[in-house]
Design a protein around this ligand. Structure first.
Ligand code: ADP
Ligand code: CIR
Length: 335
């Protein structure tokens, strides 16, 4: 088993130095590292309960952040959410292998603890604030809010199966405290056509999502860019100049953007070098039901791996350019 970044960087000396520190919301070192300690197979092993914890526990977190994102301690986050700067590739007939496209960003709201540390009462307050902001959206971004508590089981299940709705957190998130008081204060907002969706109070306070069938990355990015701009006018998001948008998991800092294709790679994915090829292209392969799930029928969720140290356009461009390479390899193997 590969060792987690937590194990790699938390030396006994550092642990002794950071123990006893606590943020105003009560986040301690024990809270930050609990998930990695209870789950020795973690790849990262930490979750962060508020913005202050990122500075208080920086001697541990910065090493993890810098390694995961190939970032540096004097890095400055750069933003570019302008769809006209994206060079959307034409995949030709091979593009038919792309089943659907999804781009999400994570956001947390300034002044509130993040899901690992927020109290039940504050979670409900935050839910209300986010709904108010969402209800002001217009045109193709207008929609309705569907709280998780009270949702009938058949509706919930079909939303999950169709890739629209999140599930209760896995054992990594459970240990981090993200599942406390489930399902109170959680829910999903979506437009009538379900191309624009927002998850509320899952792993981050907001996951803002744009998705549709097929491979039209530009339309999906354009919709997300407009939504984020509109929501920024209503909600102050937790942010700093070095690490960009703050998130519960350090892998989601910076742009907090994951752009993905569901794509059929039946031949390439059978090869032992498949994951290595993805990594070398700056990509990550997940199963069809998201992180820690399995593939079905050779269909994978392929996405950009880095979220910090790149702009939004660069993150999406990585998916686009890398996919072109994956499709070439797949077609060659299929003969
Ligand atoms: P996150 O995107 O927040 O990192 P997950 O990996 O758990 O979280 O994925 C969330 C959901 O989005 C899952 O149901 C997953 O199948 C779905 N999903 C991801 N990419 C796509 C895509 N390109 N098309 C359709 N559904 C997708
Ligand atoms: C781990 O350390 O393996 C889990 N905590 C998951 C890390 C990746 N998380 C993510 O992409 N959100």
């Amino acid at each position: 088993m590969a060792q987690s970044l937590l194990k790699k960087y938390l030396t006994p000396e550092l642990e002794a130095r950071l123990r006893g520190l606590k943020t105003a919301n009560g986040v301690t070192l024990e809270d930050v590292i609990r998930s990695g300690q209870e789950n020795p197979d973690s790849s990262i092993g930490v979750y962060v309960g508020d913005a202050e914890a990122y500075s208080l526990f920086a001697p541990l977190l910065d090493s993890i952040i810098n390694e995961y994102h190939q970032y540096s301690s004097d890095g400055q986050h750069r933003r570019d959410f302008n769809p006209s700067n994206l060079r959307a590739n034409d995949f030709g007939p091979a593009g038919e292998k792309i089943i659907s496209t999804r781009i999400r960003v994570g956001r947390n709201v300034q002044g509130f603890a993040f899901p690992p540390a927020i109290t039940a009462e504050r979670r409900l307050e935050l839910e209300k604030r986010i709904i108010e902001a969402l209800m002001s959206l217009q045109g193709d971004l207008a929609g309705q809010y569907y709280p998780l508590s009270g949702m009938d089981e058949a509706t919930r299940q079909s939303l999950v199966e169709d890739h629209f709705l999140f599930k209760q957190g896995d054992r990594f998130l459970e240990a981090a405290g993200v599942n406390r008081d489930w399902p109170e204060g959680r829910g999903i907002f979506h437009s009538a056509d379900k191309r624009f969706l927002v998850w509320i109070n899952e792993e981050d306070s907001l996951r803002i999502i744009s998705m549709q069938k097929g491979g039209d990355l530009l339309s999906v990015f354009d919709r997300l860019s407009r939504a984020v701009r509109a929501l920024e006018e209503k909600l102050p998001f937790a942010y700093n100049d070095r690490t960009g948008y703050l998130s519960s998991c350090p892998t989601n800092l910076g742009t907090a953007l994951r752009a993905s294709f569901h794509i059929a790679l039946p031949e390439l994915s059978k090869r032992p070098y498949f994951k290595e090829v993805c990594t070398s292209l700056g990509l990550q392969a997940r199963g069809v039901h998201g992180e820690h799930s399995e593939s079905e029928g050779g269909v994978y969720d392929i996405s950009n791996r880095r979220r910090l140290g790149v702009t939004e356009v660069e993150g999406v461009q990585t998916l686009c350019d890398g996919t072109e390479e994956l499709l070439k390899l797949e077609l060659a193997l299929e003969g």
